[in-house]
Design a binder for this molecule. Sequence first.
Ligand code: AP5
Ligand code: MG
Length: 220
Amino acid sequence: MALNLVLIGPPGSGKGTQSVRIAEKYGIPHISTGDILRAAVRDGTPLGQQVEATLASGGLVGDALMTDLVRARLSAPDLRQGFVLDGFPRTVAQAQALDTIVTPPLVVVLIDAADEEIVRRMGLRRICASCGLTQAVSADPESNGDEPHDPCPYCGGLLVRRQDDEPETVRRRLATYAQYAEPVIAYYRDRPTFGAVDGLRPASEVTALLAALIERRAPR
Ligand code: AP5
Ligand code: MG
């Protein structure tokens, strides 16, 4: 059976980190709406021009645009074995739309993490400008976070800070999450295919918890 998996949770809870691992474990594509939008901004496409200011502000892109984008991506032929969807849905309207796009069962997992840990993690997050891999650099109490770091351990590329990881924008993204997340969680909470994991545990433990939950919710 295909594994149709949605990861929800606050910014910095580890959705991207875990999506990469789960996608590799089950051999299915990782679809991150944030990655798609950032790539569009970087490439200067019409979509990128449309969403650039919203991403920089830490607010949400409109439901209609996001739903069209996800509907198009989920109709691609590479999803026969399923997918990991990361960053969608963020509103109840998006969750309702997703139910009209995907054939059940849809496994939905909330990765939870407290705000203080999120702000700390975002300060240390870097993205490889070449291969796109997300990683954490070590904390230096003397540093303001902008010094050059070692190159990407996987491809030697330059590690850069995500534009929306400035502390002020992180706070706005957390406020946006607080405003929209609870109704989305309530939308899914009573489904037998919903679960939650503690994102404050070390990443490998979170992966193990997630894999165990997936096996229970969608036995393969
Ligand atoms: P998006 O890219 O989805 O950002 P986000 O939800 O804010 O989440 P992040 O990518 O910041 O965090 P993450 O949970 O993936 O954490 P990560 O694994 O990197 O969206 C960006 C923007 O696009 C939005 O603000 C919005 O404008 C727009 N957008 C996107 N989708 C939209 C939609 N559907 N509707 C409307 N607008 C939309 O981990 C973070 C750091 O912690 C990393 O450094 C990592 O190495 C580290 N880490 C991870 N796990 C652990 C662990 N267990 N222990 C210690 N460190 C860890
Ligand atoms: Mg992410």
